[in-house]
Design a protein around this ligand. Structure first.
Ligand SMILES: Cc1cc2nc3c(=O)[nH]c(=O)nc-3n(C[C@H](O)[C@H](O)[C@H](O)COP(=O)(O)OP(=O)(O)OC[C@H]3O[C@@H](n4cnc5c(N)ncnc54)[C@H](O)[C@@H]3O)c2cc1C
Ligand code: SF4
Ligand code: SF4
Length: 374
């Protein structure tokens, strides 16, 4: 019986079992810098350097270091552990989209932020507000490399309104935003907001629940993005270009609303059926059970009737207080979630679909602890 699980167990039980999402939490938590990140051919997985234990083991782990497993939001009983740490209890089966205090629709009141955002620009407005009101020092977000024409998403640190504006909107390839953490620390930032899909926004809770050092304390605010899947970067050449003649630089904006919507730089518009894109689903998403970013302070999505509003799930006191301050100061406008019951029903449906992906070979399905012994 291993009571100090380390990289050896993480490699076997998560990295090579299909559960690994590529969130990079283990990499940023490792104090010995023996973990790297492989993005070749759509891999998006951590690897252990050749020295110091080789790919399957770790000499520091053999000596008692367990930080990578303590940071991993897919290791063993991660879901009830993070639920308990974040909310003081485990979600019920009824709470299929995670523990929530409220669901609202929100929109940035600043027209520039609203226009830059993917949906209502709520995330952009929140980041600008939190930076300008000294709630955070910086945010870990996703940027596009270079001038954006390659559509390659890369982790980035945003500290100013201009940087928030430049990094808003959605990319549908993976960006392990946690990898921007070392750059933020190097610049002396202590209070960070992590923006990311559920796979990433469960990481601070996992680190906190398992006392994995000071990273969890620094990641003091988490904003989740609802997510069914991300696509392999090869989709640009192998589908958009091969079938539709669309090179990366001709795409101005993209969204997914039942279909892949592509707005083109020449003013054109194209819809690609989602079933054509399924073959490029990223490996790390295939067994992910979390649609609604269940452990974030606030989770955000674009489903529903109102394209220019963001659906926001309020989960924690921190999220609720920040939202209340933003409303008070006029940074966002709100509508009740009940204005769009279809959006909430769809969120629950998509959450159920994702939860069915959790494999029977892993620990008991997330949220389903074994029945107590009578
Ligand atoms: C890969 C992906 C899949 C999604 N799937 C769904 C879905 O199925 N249903 C749904 O309702 N909503 C989905 N969303 C969320 C939705 O697209 C919006 O991000 C959300 O509604 C917030 O909108 P906004 O206008 O408030 O955000 P914005 O103000 O536009 O801010 C968006 C933030 O997301 C960050 N970001 C953008 N792309 C990525 C990326 N690839 N990885 C990490 N961070 C990123 C940006 O840096 C920015 O900080 C998805 C988002 C992503 C990134
Ligand atoms: S899920 Fe994240 S923390 Fe766990 S092994 Fe994969 S990259 Fe590391
Ligand atoms: S489906 Fe979304 S939340 Fe799940 S692993 Fe993929 S990118 Fe992360």
């Amino acid at each position: 019986m291993v009571d100090k699980p380390q990289w050896k167990e993480l490699f076997k039980e998560v990295v090579t079992s299909g559960l690994c999402t590529g969130c990079a939490a283990c990499i940023v938590a490792c104090p010995y810098d023996v973990l790297g990140y492989d993005t070749a051919n759509g891999t998006y997985r951590p690897f252990h350097v050749d020295a110091e234990g080789g790919p399957e083991n770790c000499t520091h782990g053999e000596k008692g270091c367990t930080l990578c497993t303590r940071a991993c939001p897919r290791f063993r009983d991660w879901e009830p552990e993070v639920d308990t740490f974040r909310f003081g209890r485990v979600r019920t089966d009824e709470e299929v989209s995670g523990v929530a205090a409220d669901v609202v629709l929100a929109r940035a009141t600043d027209p520039e932020l609203a226009a830059a955002g993917q949906d209502g620009g709520f995330v952009a407005a929140l980041l600008v507000y939190a930076l300008e009101h000294d709630e955070i020092d910086a945010a870990l977000v996703s940027a596009l490399e270079g001038d954006g024409s390659t559509w390659r998403a890369v982790p980035a640190v945003a500290r100013t309104r201009a940087e928030v504006l430049a990094t808003s909107g959605s990319r549908y390839t993976y960006s392990a935003n946690l990898l921007a953490y070392p750059a933020a620390i190097e610049q002396g930032f202590e209070r960070l907001c992590l923006v990311g899909m559920g796979c990433m926004t469960s990481a601070p809770g996992a680190m906190g629940a398992r006392k994995a050092g000071k990273i969890a304390r620094r990641l003091s605010l988490t904003i989740g993005l609802m997510c069914s899947k991300t696509f392999d970067d090869a989709i640009f050449e192998e589908l958009f270009e091969a079938k539709y003649g669309l090179t990366r630089d001709k795409i101005a904006k993209m969204n997914i609303k039942g279909v892949f919507q592509l707005w083109l730089t020449d003013g054109g518009y194209l819809e690609v059926p989602l079933k054509e894109a399924h073959a490029w689903t990223r490996e790390g998403c295939k067994e992910c059970p979390d649609f609604a970013a269940e452990h974030a302070d606030l989770s955000t999505g674009g489903i529903g009737e109102y394209n220019d509003w963001t659906l926001v799930v309020v989960r924690t006191d921190r999220g609720r207080d920040l939202l209340a301050s933003m409303v008070r100061d006029g940074a966002v406008e709100l509508r009740p979630g009940d204005d769009d019951p279809g959006a909430i029903a769809l969120m629950r449906k998509l959450s159920r679909v994702s939860r069915r992906r959790w494999p029977a070979t892993a620990v008991a399905a997330p949220g389903r602890l074994p029945a107590p012994v009578a």
